[in-house]
Ligand binder design. Sequence first.
Ligand code: NDP
Length: 295
Amino acid sequence: MKIAFLGLGAIGRPMASHIAAKGFPLTVWNRTAERAEQFARETGATHAATPANAARDADVVITCFPESRHVAALLDGPDGLLAGMRADTTLVDCTSGDPATSRAIAARLASASISYIDAPVSGGVAGAEKGALTAMVGGEAAVLERVRPVLDTFAQKIVHCGGVGAGDAVKAVNNAFLAVHILSTAEGLATLAKAGVDPKVALDVINASSGRSNTSMNLFPERVLTRAFPRTFRLALLEKDIGIAAEIARDLRVPAPMTQLAADLFRIARGELGEIADHVEAVKMVEQWAGVEIA
Ligand code: NDP
């Protein structure tokens, strides 16, 4: 099975490395060509100058971009994916995308007899480096089975969630939980710090109690208390994800005031902290409001 991988960002790059390491013939394309050239030098993959050229011989094309609209924008034109992809091949979109755009992309591809699944991932850059991501898949089960050997190279757990867009929806809601946990944990620990409780002591209690989460158990001890704030997952991308979750709820007329509020707060944080900040840096906004550092 020949693979093309487009989008060698923070998470795409380690995912593509596993595909190359498992011996699949791999061609890569990236907007900033030097990144794809360097990847090709390091892994033995082939570097293509355009999406069409990357896709030309591929049985499976994998995309991993910030948003679904970036994938949609790569379909058309002489250099676009549709100019290169053959009938009876598959596009696997690992972007944490939005269901409506994924369904529109799937319909465009179907008219060229190309299959589509959305397959966003969770587990972060560390999980990607270990090949231990979780992939949540929307689309036909038979299509997933065809491409499963490729997903197996970087995902430890693969879950079929439903039709096209179902993977995106699960990913958006999962990340809405993450956003809420970051804000609520920051508010709680800022309050306790002001009340004179050492945040380490507070987390020791909370992480043995019912208020704990991955955020309190891992993110705060490793990234906030240490003031390390490593940049692994951009705050702008989490703002995008929680915005998708809020939009899905609105479209389905599900009252979701907590999701909406967290989406608005992350929009403010993105405006204040910028496009490069890590998602956990939203804590700094809460600290500034409280006038205290969680350390
Ligand atoms: P990055 O911002 O690190 O990388 C984005 C990639 O998309 C780069 O290859 C970039 O190219 C390319 N790109 C950006 N804009 C465009 C454009 N307009 N046209 C073409 N290419 C473009 O993102 P991540 O790798 O972190 O995230 C990718 C997806 O995975 C997102 O949907 C994110 O939400 C999701 N995700 C990320 C996780 C993480 O921990 N980082 C965890 C789970 C999911 P260039 O090199 O030229 O900038």
